[in-house]
Write a protein that binds this ligand. Sequence first.
Ligand SMILES: Nc1nc2c(ncn2[C@@H]2O[C@H](COP(=O)(O)OP(=O)(O)O)[C@@H](O)[C@H]2O)c(=O)[nH]1
Ligand SMILES: [Mg+2]
Length: 316
Amino acid sequence: MFKKLFGGKSITEALGGTKIKETLTRTRNSFFGQIAGLFGGETIQDDLWDDLEALLIQADVGVETTAELVEKVKDRVQLEGVTRPAQAQAILEQEMQKLLEGDNSSPMDGYRLLTVVLVVGVNGSGKTTTIAKLAKFYQQQGKKVVIAAADTFRAAAIDQLKIWGERINCPVIAHQPDGDPGAVVFDALKSSFARKADILIIDTAGRLHTKFNLMKELEKLRSIAGKLVHEAPHETLLVLDATTGQNAIAQAKQFKESVQITGVVLTKLDGTSKGGAVFAIGKELGVPVRFIGTGEQEDDVMPFDAATFVSGLFAR
Ligand SMILES: Nc1nc2c(ncn2[C@@H]2O[C@H](COP(=O)(O)OP(=O)(O)O)[C@@H](O)[C@H]2O)c(=O)[nH]1
Ligand SMILES: [Mg+2]
């Protein structure tokens, strides 16, 4: 019956299961495949839990998150009198999924005239590419999208965004390199009103002369948006490069200290074995992962879904 509903695809496929499976190949081949291997035997061995802990830490799940996760699984296995390793693995998968579920409501939900999305993160994390992908994602949902090129610090960043804009047929509001990012945001807001756009996505610099300047700049952009649109920015997405694993988490903590972050986009999951970092982000930052980057092309973005992600980690 479901196959009919999803146009001949299984539910997992319809939810992007095939794509996520492919994206997580490296992560799976390195650690999660080995973790699945731990549960391959006939009985639960004593050293299973230590081995599991070691592998989860190597997979960048994070020390704290790993300790908590393993404890929970162990407790449930005991409490529920589980003796078969395969059952224990099912419990592990359930608990991993629970860790990632959290609050699924997005600030993007609900009706408002213009939704403003501010995109922040260090250079090279994938901000500009992600913005193009997200613009296309929302366009495909019938939304009218405008992009603001407020990373004026690097001239190439403006051109890069303009090229993407042409490719996906999305207006990009830009000024000259070294221009005032605040003025770009102001213009982009006006332009969004004039075009009756649904969503404005703002690209920002990843680095200014100092970190202090950058945070002050981001605060200024937020305040300009907030003056023109009620409660804007509605979503502030921090873009993190998954290939940097625990470093990405340290970075995220720094950003979170100075800028209010409402969600994370984890990019380059296709190019890393450190996909386990997703768990640490959710747990240690208390900020949900909203999207994941699965490649360099415009369609290579997916809304994050805990169940599909976990089954992708253990897919055969
Ligand atoms: N493989 C892969 N590459 C990505 C992904 N997202 C971004 N990139 C690449 O990362 C590099 C930096 O991206 P860019 O958007 O310019 O980063 P920015 O400096 O934060 O704006 C580019 O070469 C992108 O193609 C992704 O999800 N997967
Ligand atoms: Mg950029």
